[in-house]
Design a protein around this ligand. Structure first.
Ligand code: WTA
Length: 691
């Protein structure tokens, strides 16, 4: 494992800058194009049996192992995805065409002539079959106050909400921004957008007013849905106030619907509408809009290595199918299970595995409003015990935090209902893996480390699907999911074949859940994901394929850092800090942090004439980042230095700053290309005096 990390570090050093990725473009025509149906699987790991997929195995009885089904899914995608789309989704109009991809334009369409409505698939058909089954199990911030919403009730709520939106003049194709707590009304609002054919854009309710405003503007949203306040970990967050500040900067916003979470008195201006009031008089019948398979379902903004956050766009049928299939097969979801994913709905994990995947499968899904440590570090496991959760899907950072409090917080709660554990967002290190598996899961539950991204829509690589009990290696996502062909590329763009190799993690297939575009900027979509390694989707991550052919993720290769499982572009933090009048230059890097995974380290250069003290400037900068982006983006360390290490052409050498931030000044490598090599020693000296 150590050698894997060393190899990966070496790769990261060479590759980290976007410039070096671009530099590879000249060599890339050698790459295989993924229009080919031929599957050259470089390695075939030991075969494992899989959870049954009747719609496939009934027609093709020889397909019983994960490997054989996986191969089939790549060789005959029309057959594979066509069958699943017919059996798993309810269509208003059946599709004739399964795939229609234009590789040149990076334009992908799944089931393009089909029509269906997502809210019908997630709610109505289950309300018809089992109206009294609990759809949403809302675990509120205070333990022991959970609320249940059945499928029948959810259908009513979605319809009321849909009618409210219609009455407010929201039309098909309009964007609606949501800035909400984790509560049933938020899920109903997402589904109500789908019901009337509007496009939701959920903004995590921890983002600042500035960040919310820029997302609302980019999406051109005219309607915002929010709540008076949110409560998390016993603390009140004044959502409406944030929305007021954001809306003041967004002239396009016509109306703000305000739900009541705490019942607090909030300022209600001329654009504001009390949601509960209008909901109570709205009709519980709202005929579903006819949605084309490729109509946009939602936008979700995420950080990239450069520029402002991108509105990753997902469409209706392909996304829903992929969320449903992965929820079913990665987690071995069975009827009657109580699925617990503790992600916030403001992230893609919340979209795919709190809302769309579980509800498409008619599951009971948890809405977790609290934190891992409120009111004590046993909260997760007390929740598992009280609600009888069968699945627990969370982030490694939470596990790393909890394991520090000791096993007793886990052992005092009954976890016998649990069957499958899962993790997402960042590498699940060995210690956390073994603690989660051994202590939380009593060594009895499957633990699935899932690798995927906002852009992929659903899980791409994970030890599942396989028969419960099949061997799982600790700390790696292992196996590609159906329809997913991982490809490793070297810096020259050549595909790396064989075992014990690493490279840029690309995907050589197009799966139904892939994002279709960046909202309003398809060129950026192509440039970010398809230009670096033509013929492949480039994930931005590096990976290692081991001696068994299984995949390990080695971390980001670009200037995105992963703080507590949240993506953050270093450029975003730099932009926020350079707004300070006394700052002349900044460079932000990530450095390893025992709980957060990575933390933010900012090197700043101040202007010559200062009016404030350095301490005050550092404090101001932290406030600035919090107000421009969010709390999690605030640097752990801000170091004032007289200059930054730059090449003669003026490019900042982040590789050096990364080493300094990681406390490895002995491993700086070649600094001879710097315009002024002495600045490095000065920076190291400052670092050493402060640590
Ligand atoms: C990282 C979250 C290692 C990775 C669903 C990816 C992971 C980014 C894993 C996407 C994992 C996600 N092991 N790293 N199992 N899962 N990542 O868009 O760097 O918020 O590119 O989607 O998280 O983050 P995003």
């Amino acid at each position: 494992f150590v050698s894997v990390q060393l190899v990966s570090r070496a790769v990261q050093q060479i590759w980290r800058t976007p410039q070096s990725i671009c530099a590879t473009r000249g060599y890339l025509h050698a790459c295989r194009s993924f229009s080919s149906n031929e599957v050259k699987s470089a390695v075939t790991p030991a075969e494992i049996t899989t959870t049954p997929i009747p719609e496939i195995t009934d027609a093709f009885p020889h397909l019983q192992t994960h490997e054989s089904i996986h191969k089939f899914s790549l060789e005959q995608p029309d057959e594979f995805w066509g069958r699943l789309a017919r059996s798993r989704l309810e269509w208003q109009k059946e599709f004739q065409v399964v795939r229609d991809h234009d590789m040149e334009k990076s334009a992908f369409r799944w089931f393009p002539d089909g029509q269906l409505n997502v809210s019908v698939n997630c709610v109505d058909r289950h309300a018809r079959q089992h109206p009294d089954r609990v759809a949403l199990l809302w675990e509120k911030d205070e333990p022991g106050q959970e609320e249940r919403v059945t499928y029948r009730e959810l259908q009513e709520l979605v319809c009321r909400m849909g009618n409210v939106l219609l009455e407010c003049g929201v039309k098909r194709g309009d964007r609606v921004a949501l800035y909400m707590p984790v509560m049933p009304l938020s899920v109903a609002a997402m589904l109500a957008c789908a019901r009337i054919g509007a496009i939701h854009s959920v903004v995590f309710a921890g983002f600042s007013a500035e960040a919310l405003a820029s997302r609302v503007q980019d999406a051109g949203a005219e309607t915002v849905i929010t709540a008076d306040e949110a409560v998390r970990g016993g603390k009140v967050i004044k959502l409406k106030q944030v929305v007021d500040a954001a809306v003041a900067k967004c002239p396009t916003v016509r109306q703000v619907l305000v739900a009541s979470r705490t019942g607090a008195q909030v300022n209600m201006g001329p654009k504001d509408i009390s949601l509960e009031q209008v909901l109570s008089s709205a009709s519980t019948e709202c005929p579903p809009a006819v949605q084309n398979a490729e109509d946009l379902l939602f936008l979700l903004y995420t950080s990239g290595s450069t520029g402002s956050p991108k509105g990753v766009a997902h469409t209706t049928a392909g996304y829903l199918l992929y969320a449903s299939v992965t929820h079913k097969h990665v987690f071995d979801y069975r009827d009657g299970d109580i699925f617990g994913c503790v992600a916030d709905i403001g992230w893609i994990t919340g979209h795919s595995y709190v809302v769309y995947g579980p509800l498409a499968n008619g599951a009971t899904t948890l809405l977790y409003e609290s934190t891992p440590t409120y009111p004590d570090p046993g909260r997760y496991w007390e929740t598992v015990s009280r609600l009888g959760l069968t699945h627990f899907y969370c982030a490694p950072t939470a596990l790393r935090l909890l394991l520090r409090y000791g096993d007793d917080w886990v052992l005092r709660h009954d976890r016998s209902s649990l069957r499958v554990l899962g993790c997402v967002g960042e590498p699940l290190n060995q210690e956390a893996w073994h603690w989660f598996h051994g202590v939380v899961g009593d060594g009895r539950c499957d633990l699935t480390d899932t690798w995927w991204q906002t852009e992929t829509g659903g899980i791409m690589i994970s030890p599942r699907p396989s028969a419960p009990g099949a061997h799982i290696n600790a700390g790696m996502p292992m196996r590609p999911m159906f329809g997913v062909l991982p490809v490793l590329c070297d810096p020259s763009g050549k595909v790396v074949e064989g075992k014990r190799v690493d490279g840029a993690l690309c995907l050589g297939s197009i799966w139904p859940g892939i994002s279709r575009t960046i909202y309003g900027d398809h060129k950026r979509f192509i440039d970010t994901y398809f230009a670096p390694f033509p013929g492949h989707y480039f994930s931005g991550d590096g990976a290692y394929r081991d001696e068994e052919g299984f995949y390990h993720i080695t971390g980001r290769m670009d200037d995105v850092i992963n703080v507590t499982g949240h993506r953050l572009g270093t450029a975003e933090v730099e932009d926020a800090m350079t707004e300070h009048p006394e700052v002349s230059e900044t460079a932000v890097v990530g450095f390893p942090h025992p709980v957060k995974g990575e933390a933010v380290f900012a090197f700043i250069v101040l202007k010559e004439e200062l009016e404030s003290s350095q301490e005050n400037i550092v404090a101001d900068l932290k406030k600035l980042v919090r107000s421009q982006i969010a709390g999690y983006a605030v640097p752990d360390e801000i170091m004032v230095c007289p200059g930054l290490p730059k090449t003669r052409s003026g490019k900042i050498l982040r590789r050096i700053l990364r080493k300094v931030a990681a406390g490895q000044p002995d491993e700086l490598g070649d600094i001879s290309t710097l315009a002024d090599p002495t600045i490095v020693q000065t920076i190291v000296n400052i670092y050493n005096t402060q640590h």
